[in-house]
Design a protein around this ligand. Structure first.
Ligand SMILES: [Cu+2]
Length: 129
């Protein structure tokens, strides 16, 4: 092996060691909250157009906060109520980010504006455990 090739090989080994150390540190960090799995808020982008939430459902476990970023692209005012949690009024063109918290069981939310629920403005939180 030539000196330059040996040097290149040495650098590859150093790079592999650094990569492994970083990966190990990240793994240790993700477990430092006491759980084996990584858990944090699930952020979903929702768009409102034509009396619909899109997407109109989310699947989460009961320890994961549901954070929704809702953009109203419709020309009417809308909102979203899920259980006791409320988005607040969302004006046309407005984007809001709301933490709806965790849910113990599956639940359906809806837009509280008059007749919007009946016209299809529902949103399902599906709890997977
Ligand atoms: Cu609505």
């Amino acid at each position: 092996m030539s000196p330059s090739r040996a040097q290149a090989t040495a650098w590859v080994i150093v790079a592999l060691i650094v990569t492994a150390a970083v990966a190990g540190a990240l793994l240790a960090h993700s477990r430092s909250n006491g759980a084996d799995k990584v858990s944090g808020p699930v952020i979903q982008d929702i768009t409102i157009t034509g009396m619909r939430f899109s997407p109109a459902r989310i699947e989460v476990d009961n320890s994961t906060p549901v954070v929704l970023k809702i953009t109203n692209e419709d020309d009417r005012t809308h909102d979203l109520k899920i259980g006791s949690q409320y988005s607040g009024v969302i004006s046309p063109g407005e984007t809001v980010v709301r933490d709806f918290g965790t849910f113990d069981t599956s639940i359906q939310g809806w837009c509280t504006m008059a007749s919007h629920k009946a016209r299809g403005m529902v949103y399902d939180v599906v709890v997977t455990n």
